[in-house]
Structures are given as structure tokens and as C-alpha cells.
Design a protein around this ligand. Structure first.
Ligand SMILES: Cc1ncc(COP(=O)(O)O)c(C=O)c1O
Length: 462
């Protein structure tokens, strides 16, 4: 028989998945997602949760029936609750009220007690989630505060597992690790291991941490002091206080990412790569995509994916929530040019500058199209020949059928890029018959009205 002794034996050994659509391989480094949402309780925190409990057991701190207490944004709680269920401990968790209802319900499903605290309180305020957890641990007989922010078993779990897995799966070829900082456990542990291995091999690895605007980590990393922290909505990462599990010495760079970019990137990851993850993975990936452009083709970036998207269905995967928060304007409800092009054959038929109007008319007729861009002129500009202009110039006698197509061609109008909302395309249709998708100076597609209609009909406001 092939089976795991307990569900805890299924933690770790998560695979890497290469991003295909969100990364342009001609201009960007490759990005591989470390699929931590495949851990049994759905996040990167399963590794440290089980490791903290094992270390506490080794130290003789836990007995059957012991109560584990932790302050958590949800995922450490889920890992601990799963571990506690297997091993017969009780759990009480404190969580700030900005965390999703799904996470609270999931914790309860594992049999944990959850105490909700206010998000807007300073971490040393007696009613903050950290202080309430400490108080509960003090006041509950035989309770143990696992203290993820200072417990060195947290980074150690990633030093012993996440780091080695990434090194092995990339055959030691990784150039850059991009990961979030909540407690800092994952990036500090995995980063330390990878830097050590790279040094042994005589190479270097860059460690980059995208972090929300409003968190103090970037300020502290760069200046050793910080501006007033502010509230952001991405869950599980960034902080308004420093923690003992974060090792700045392994990090090369921290860059800030907005809530809007984080959530929208998480949504793209689901729709374009079929990888369903939460907002903090969006933060990480948004930063990683910037790094991928900077590093260029041929380099290898590994992103530590944080958790599964199922716990954020009422947040960044809910269009109404996104709209209420101002992250999804009406324009984006329709979708983007990129989304539409996945429904449509992007093949563009060009006219050649030495073709005559008669030849073009014949080809348009044969192909059932009403316009053709003309392969680039000597000054590198594109022109477009429209059926209407062809007709107009012939009817008025301005041109003869044997004239060059260039005589009736017009400069390219109605240009859009891949990430433009379809509402922009719609506005172009007020004055033009088609919108032309231009990426890095090249025409990649032509969108007509019927393309939008077909896309919306197939998509039905997903
Ligand atoms: C959703 C989410 N993303 C990222 C992280 C960051 O992980 P770490 O604490 O290892 O820095 C956490 C940690 O709780 C999390 O819950």
C-alpha cells in the first residue's frame, strides 16, 4: 500500500511551475512559481507550523491536550490547527479583523477557537492581536505561545526544506529568489540556504522582497528607521513592527507594491496561468515581473507562492469588493485586450507597400477583411489601408486600381496595448472601425467590433 502516515507527511516537496503567458520570454527572465499553496492546509506556513510544534515537543513543552496560542493572519493558524488536530492539541488564535472571513471559518473547521481583534491598533496596544494572544497564553493553564515572530524554528523550517528543494529543482541555477515578508521566516530561511549554496558554487543569488506600501520593512531595510506605517489590504505580509524571525542580511532589495497591483496580479495569475493564489502572491509576482524585465532572458527567477486563492473569494476575487475598494474601475469589468486576445486568433494579414489597390481589394474580398496594416515603411512607421478609403479614392477618381496601395493608406490610428481595458477599445470604435494592438512597436493584433461581441458572449462577466 502507498499512503502517508498522517496528513503532516504531505507538507513540502512542492513543485515549481514555469509561467508561460505572463512572461514574455523574448525580453524577460523566466519565472518559476514554488507552489506552496499545494501544502495540505494551503500555504507556505504549513512547513513552519509543523516544525515549531516538533521543536516544542523535542523540548518537552507540549503534552496531549496542551493549548497552542498564536497571533496569526490566518495561515500559520491553519498550519498549526491542522498539526494540532493530528497530534491532539487545542488551539486558540487571535486575528486582526481585516483578515478574510474564509480564513476564520477554515480555522474553525479545523476545531480552533478564533479571537478577532482590531486591525488599526499598534502592535503593543493591549488589545492588538499580538498582545491579546500573549495574554490568552498567560491566562490559560498549560498553554504555549508558539510566537511565530520570534520562534527560530520558523526560518529553520525553510532553511531545512524550502531552500534545498528550490536549489535541487533548479539544478543550482537559480539567479534570483523573490518572496514576501510576513514574519520573514520563509525568505530568511530559504534565502540563507540558497545564498550559502551559491557561495559554495562560486556564484551569487539575488534575494528580492516585494512588500506593501504602508509596511515599515522597506524603510527599516534601507534606513534603519521608518515613516508612520499605514493600513494596506493585502493580508499576511508587511508589518508595523520589527520581528525576530526576519534576517535582513540575506535580503538584497525590498520594493514596494500597491494593493491594487497586488490584487490585479493575483487575478491575472488565475486567469492567465490557471494558478489560484491570494493577494500576497500577487505582490510577490508583481515585483518578480519587474525584476524579470530588468534581468532579461536566460535568467532564472523563483517566486515563493504564498497561499491558495480560495480563502480570498470574498475579497480580491469578488468584482464588487474590488470595485468598492477602487481597485477595479468599471472599465476593467469588461476585461482587457490581453484577455480578449486569448479568445481570438491574433494572426495579422499585412499588405505589402508594392501592392496595387486592385490587388488589395482582391485580397480583402478573399479573406473577408476590411483593413490591412502595411508592412513598415522606410521611416519605420506603420500605415493602414481601409476598405472605406479604397472605395472613396476609386469612386472619386483620386486613384486608379493600378495605383500603389500607399496612395490610399492612412497613418495607423486607434492603437491600444495588451493591458488596456476593453472600454478603451470601445471608445476607439466611436471614430475607427478597428483597434490595433501594438506591443513594443510591433502590431500584434487587430480588434474589430465583432471580436468584442464574441468575447463578451463567451465570457459572460466571469
Ligand atoms: C498570505 C501570506 N503571505 C505571505 C506570508 C509571509 O510568510 P513569512 O511569514 O514566511 O514571511 C504569510 C505569513 O503569514 C501569509 O499569511
Amino acid at each position: 500500500m502507498k499512503y502517508a502516515e498522517t496528513v503532516l507527511d504531505l507538507i513540502g516537496h512542492t513543485p515549481l511551475v514555469k509561467l508561460q503567458r505572463m512572461v514574455d520570454s523574448a525580453t524577460m527572465a523566466s519565472i518559476y512559481m514554488k507552489m506552496e499553496q499545494l501544502n495540505p492546509a494551503g500555504s507556505l506556513k504549513d512547513r513552519m507550523a509543523v516544525h515549531m510544534v516538533r521543536r516544542a515537543e523535542e523540548q518537552g513543552l507540549l503534552k496531549p491536550g496542551t493549548t497552542l496560542v498564536e497571533s496569526t493572519s490566518g495561515n500559520t493558524g491553519l498550519g498549526l490547527a491542522m498539526t494540532a488536530a493530528v497530534k491532539g492539541y487545542r488551539c486558540i488564535f487571535t486575528m486582526p479583523d481585516k483578515m478574510s472571513k474564509e480564513k476564520i471559518d477554515m480555522l474553525k473547521a479545523y476545531g480552533a477557537e478564533v479571537v478577532i481583534t482590531r486591525t488599526d491598533l499598534d502592535h503593543d496596544h493591549p488589545e492588538s492581536y499580538v498582545q491579546v494572544a500573549k495574554r490568552i497564553a498567560r491566562e490559560t493553564p498549560g498553554a504555549v505561545y508558539t510566537d511565530q515572530y520570534y520562534n527560530q524554528a520558523n526560518p529553520e523550517a525553510h532553511y531545512l526544506t524550502t531552500g534545498p528543494e528550490i536549489w535541487e529543482d533548479t539544478d543550482g541555477k537559480i539567479d534570483c529568489l523573490v518572496g514576501s515578508i510576513g514574519t520573514g521566516g520563509s525568505i530568511s530561511g530559504a534565502g540563507k540556504y540558497l545564498k550559502e549554496k551559491a557561495a559554495e558554487a562560486g556564484r551569487e543569488i539575488r534575494i528580492v522582497c516585494p512588500d506593501p506600501y504602508g509596511s515599515i520593512y522597506k524603510d527599516m531595510f534601507e534606513r534603519g528607521e521608518h515613516d508612520e506605517p499605514s493600513i494596506y489590504r493585502v493580508e499576511g505580509i508587511g508589518h508595523d513592527f520589527m520581528v525576530g524571525t526576519l534576517d535582513f542580511s540575506v535580503i538584497d532589495e525590498i520594493r514596494n507594491v500597491s494593493d491594487k497591483d497586488s490584487f490585479r496580479t493575483a487575478r491575472r495569475l488565475a486567469r492567465e496561468e490557471g494558478i489560484f493564489c491570494g493577494g500576497s502572491t500577487g505582490t510577490v509576482l508583481f515585483g518578480a515581473m519587474q525584476v524579470a524585465e530588468e534581468l532579461g532572458p536566460g535568467r532564472i527567477i523563483v517566486c515563493i507562492l504564498c497561499d491558495s486563492g480560495d480563502r480570498y473569494l470574498s475579497k480580491c476575487f469578488d468584482d464588487d469588493w474590488m470595485k468598492d475598494m477602487g481597485y477595479l474601475d468599471d472599465a476593467h469589468r469588461l476585461g482587457t485586450v490581453r484577455e480578449l486576445l486569448r479568445f481570438k486568433d491574433g494572426h495579422v494579414v499585412y499588405a505589402s507597400s508594392d501592392e496595387t489597390l486592385a490587388q488589395i481589394a482582391h485580397r480583402m474580398n478573399e479573406l473577408g477583411i476590411s483593413q490591412m496594416p502595411i508592412v513598415r515603411t522606410r521611416d519605420e512607421r506603420y500605415l493602414m489601408i481601409h476598405e472605406a478609403d479604397l472605395l472613396q479614392t476609386l469612386v472619386t477618381g483620386e486613384c486608379t486600381p493600378d495605383d500603389s496601395v500607399l496612395r490610399a493608406a492612412k497613418p495607423l490610428q486607434g492603437q491600444v496595448s495588451m493591458d488596456d481595458p476593453l472600454s478603451k477599445v470601445q471608445r476607439i470604435f466611436d471614430s475607427d472601425n478597428v483597434a490595433v494592438v501594438v506591443e513594443k512597436g510591433a502590431i500584434t493584433a487587430i480588434i474589430s467590433k465583432i471580436d468584442i461581441v464574441e468575447f463578451l458572449a463567451a465570457r459572460r462577466w466571469h
